[in-house]
Design a protein around this ligand. Structure first.
Ligand code: NAD
Length: 355
């Protein structure tokens, strides 16, 4: 036990947990006293790439490691994405790990050792470019994992699962996870995700693969943000920034203003606000490109976000009501949670509104 690290850290999305992940967890458990499993992308709305919630993925891990979890050898915690700030994400990983190390390492408060008294090591297999994050924690030791276990990935499992006749590939899932997915395929959430997966599979046939250019409006007034509720797949029922595809012959900034007017009908006491006046509210120094390659499952969509800071007022500007096709409303920033928002719009708001 002497040369074992006190804590191991294993980060993953586990969408879903498969026997490759379980192999890594078992190998890590041979080399550390306790393993912290951080379940990434814990704060995003369901979509075909992130179909299962944090609680559902924690239940999958529990079904395979019930004994180790009861013993306190495996601990499972959620981890939020901050898509446009690796620094914020790394800080969140560090905070989560610090809290567990201090709590579990001190037997729930019975001892008073400091962080430096515990050796922490990170595990994970550098499967592709998306595993670059394994290099972001130089302060921790490394747990070496031999190699990729098998040839499969969670993507393969999802591709087989989201079909009219869903396949649960039992050869690469442990029995608890397979059983859980078998039940899931009969529920309402599966139906909605399948509809979305079918729409996304057709998208490139209809529109091509891009890159596409879009413009989004981040409109802030007196602690509120202006959002629309999506009426159609993808992301039906989720909240989104007003915005859309830039038209041929149109400047990107003008596209943002046009979409904002069309989708929200934003108006003051004199009626709909003219484009030139809306333009005067834009803080040009804050305009930013948001280009995470996976930000949309429709294809490569690069968006430009514009910050419209409207004058602070007791009465917010008027927007179209719930009876319109695009249902626009003001939301108090403090009332929103990231899983209420479409694609990466929460991560965009975090950056643009300095949350
Ligand atoms: P994953 O579930 O695909 O993989 C988890 C780990 O298991 C990886 O180390 C992977 O290499 C390993 N693995 C997968 N299949 C394996 C197999 N067959 N054999 C052996 N090992 C295997 O998860 P991921 O995509 O690597 O998860 C990273 C998480 O961190 C995501 O949630 C991501 O959003 C998050 N993240 C966020 C930010 C940010 O918000 N700025 C930055 C980096 C990472």
């Amino acid at each position: 036990m002497a040369n074992k690290a006190d804590f191991g850290v294993f980060i993953g999305r586990f969408q879903p947990l498969h026997i490759g992940h379980e192999h890594v967890i078992r190998q890590a458990l041979d080399q550390v006293k306790r393993l912290i499993v951080l379940v990434g992308s814990a704060n995003v709305a369901r979509d075909p790439r992130n179909p299962f919630t944090f609680d559902e993925r924690a239940a999958m891990i529990r079904s395979s490691f019930a004994y180790e979890m009861a013993e306190g050898r495996v601990m499972v915690e959620p981890l939020h994405d901050h898509l446009y700030s690796d620094t914020a994400w790394v800080a969140e990983v560090q905070r989560r790990v610090n809290a567990i190390v201090l709590d579990a390492g001190n037997g729930g408060g019975f001892q008073a050792a400091g962080l430096r008294d515990f050796r922490v090591a990170l595990t994970g297999y550098g499967k592709d470019a998306s595993s670059y994050y394994l290099k972001l924690f130089p302060e921790w030791d490394n747990i070496q994992i031999d190699s990729q276990y098998g040839t499969f990935s969670s993507t393969d499992v999802r591709n087989r699962f989201f079909q009219r006749i869903p396949e649960v590939p039992v050869s690469i899932l442990s029995s608890g996870v397979a059983k859980w997915m078998d039940d899931f395929k009969l529920g309402e959430n599966f139906r909605a995700l399948l509809e979305e997966a079918e729409y996304l599979a057709d998208y490139p046939k209809q529109w091509g693969t891009g890159p596409f250019v879009t413009a989004d409006a981040v409109v802030i007034q007196s602690g509120h943000i202006l959002l629309i509720e999506r009426g159609q797949t993808p992301g039906k029922g989720l909240l989104a920034l007003p915005g859309g595809f830039v038209e041929a012959g149109e400047r990107i900034r003008d596209g943002a203003i046009r979409e904002l007017r069309e989708e929200t009908g934003i108006a003051d006491s004199k009626g709909q606000i003219p484009p030139a006046m809306l333009a005067s509210f834009i803080e040009d120094s804050r305009t930013r490109v948001f280009d995470a390659p996976n930000r949309s499952l429709r294809g490569r969509i690069i968006t430009h976000a514009f910050l419209f800071r409207l004058p602070e007022r007791r009465k917010l500007f008027k927007v179209k009501g719930a009876d319109d096709a695009a249902h626009a409303s003001w939301y108090r920033l403090g009332d929103l949670t990231s899983d209420m928002l479409f694609e990466d719009h929460w991560s965009i708001i975090e950056q643009m509104a300095d949350l």
